[in-house]
Design a protein around this ligand. Structure first.
Ligand SMILES: NC(=O)c1ccc[n+]([C@@H]2O[C@H](COP(=O)([O-])OP(=O)(O)OC[C@H]3O[C@@H](n4cnc5c(N)ncnc54)[C@H](OP(=O)(O)O)[C@@H]3O)[C@@H](O)[C@H]2O)c1
Length: 237
């Protein structure tokens, strides 16, 4: 259990890894601010947690909109502190460069890269003021090796990795931790149904990734796991 109620803002909490993370952080006693575009899914999650006498704070937000992110962060910060930001919202399209439309590419970069930059910019001044904080980015194995059908996704995740590697060095002096989690294939709706049907046994479970996030967050104040690669024991898909 955490001592004082820590505030944790999780983007993309309506599904997959973000949803599992919201549950785990609530279970260890954090105050969890959950964002996504599908409010009904966030409400459904909250309802299911009522059985465990837990409650999440719902803040609908489209991270691809800088104005929306700014408003949302302002709303949360007007009454609470954010000790941890988890940049988890993300999309992909599993298409070749020649098949990807400009709109699809825009959406992927705006959500995965700019969305995370917007949230970081929105919480950073308060984290500096409060003398600490944790920023966790959910990256991907595309930062470690080349996967075809993932060009825009790879650009977004590698861009975020480059951005946050610089940020980490700039904010060490404030005791702000910038942590990059690099997961391999995990069973979530991001993967096409056929893939999940065929390979879910060998893919990782969202609960296990969520527990890893909690473990990283609870590490001692004076140490940081800067980058963690976690993949299925049988390797990538
Ligand atoms: N699954 C894997 O194998 C895997 C591996 C490595 C990394 N990741 C990363 O893990 C993260 C979570 O993905 P997942 O696998 O859990 O997929 P998922 O189940 O499809 O979840 C994606 C989440 O992102 C949210 N989202 C998408 N666009 C958004 C936007 N514009 N604004 C706010 N929220 C948005 C979705 O909510 P709404 O649609 O309700 O907005 C949803 O909650 C992603 O960053 C992904 O790249 C996944």
């Amino acid at each position: 259990m955490v001592q004082e109620k820590s505030g944790v803002w999780i983007t993309g909490a309506s599904s997959g890894i973000g949803k599992a993370a919201a549950e785990e952080f609530a279970r260890i006693g954090c105050r969890v601010f959950v964002s996504a575009r599908r409010v009904t899914e966030l409400e459904r999650l909250n309802k299911s947690l009522k059985k465990e006498k837990l409650e999440l704070d719902i803040y609908p937000c489209n991270v691809a909109s800088s104005a929306n992110v700014e408003q949302t962060a302002k709303k949360i910060l007007s009454t609470h502190k954010i000790d941890c930001l988890i940049n988890n919202a993300g999309i992909t399209s599993f298409k070749l460069v020649e098949e990807n439309s400009i709109n699809e590419i825009d959406d992927i970069i705006n959500t995965n890269l700019f969305g995370s930059i917007y949230t970081i910019k929105a919480v950073l001044p308060k984290m500096i003021e409060q003398g600490g904080g944790t920023i966790i980015n959910i990256l991907s194995m595309v930062t470690k090796k080349v996967f075809t059908n993932s060009s825009a996704y790879a650009a977004s995740k590698n861009g975020l990795m480059a951005y946050t590697n610089v940020l980490r060095e700039e904010v060490r002096k404030y005791k702000i931790k910038v942590i990059n989690i690099i997961p391999g294939a995990t069973v979530t709706p991001m993967w096409p149904q056929e893939v999940r049907k065929e390979s879910s046994e060998r893919m990782m479970a969202t609960d296990d990734i969520a527990r890893l996030l909690v473990w990283v967050f609870l590490q001692k104040e004076n140490m940081i796991s800067e980058e963690i690669v976690v993949r299925p024991i049988e390797g990538d898909l």
